[in-house]
Design a protein around this ligand. Structure first.
Ligand SMILES: [Ca+2]
Ligand SMILES: [Ca+2]
Length: 188
């Protein structure tokens, strides 16, 4: 009888191999997102808090965060603000909205669209925003969102400065548009 667990494991292993080969065979048609992606944004002196680059990076391990690095053309000043929307299911509609002001608190909310937020989930510690120097860094713990954990994410980033007209807002990659996705974490 002692062989049974091994037989079961072997059967499960065969099933996994079958599944993997199915996935791998299907891969060329639907390539997996990469683990990192960098989007350059135009240098625009007429923007209040100009974004010049956005980098998305997968979590290196399940307990580590995925990271979004936003580069700005100058150092952060009081009154600057950054907002990041995340698309977690590839439908190009925001699911999560992180917003923060320089030298102040940030807020994490579920999102329904670029203009409508849902529940405030700041206390779940799903995302953290830090604005320092000429960099805004967002760390993303997607495992804390509950099941199923998203397999990939894309971002839309907006920068602005208090008391400046909307026309000086900067968006990356473009107004209310998402980057292409990266994996939330490497597939193992
Ligand atoms: Ca820009
Ligand atoms: Ca979505």
């Amino acid at each position: 009888m002692t062989v049974r667990p091994y037989a079961a494991a072997a059967a499960a292993g065969t099933a996994l191999v079958t599944l993997l080969s199915t996935v791998l065979t299907a891969a060329p048609a639907q390539a997996l997102p990469p683990t990192t992606r960098t989007v350059k944004d135009a240098t625009e002196p007429d923007k209040a808090y100009d974004i010049t680059q956005v980098t998305l990076r997968s979590a290196p391990k399940p307990n580590r965060p995925a990271v979004v690095i936003v580069k700005h053309a100058r150092g952060v000043k009081a009154g600057d603000a950054v907002e990041v929307w995340f698309d977690l299911d590839g439908d190009k509609v925001p699911d999560l909205h992180v917003s923060g002001d320089a030298f102040s608190e940030f807020t994490v909310r579920k999102a329904k669209s670029f203009t409508k937020d849902g529940k405030d989930i700041s206390n779940k510690d799903v995302a953290r925003l830090a604005m320092a120097g000429s960099t805004s860094k967002i760390r993303l713990f997607l495992g804390r969102l509950g099941q199923p954990t998203p397999t990939a994410f894309a971002v839309a980033v907006k920068s602005s400065t208090f008391d400046m007209p909307d026309s000086t807002d900067d968006w990356a990659p473009a107004t209310k548009k998402f980057t292409k996705p990266v994996l939330a974490a490497p597939l193992t």
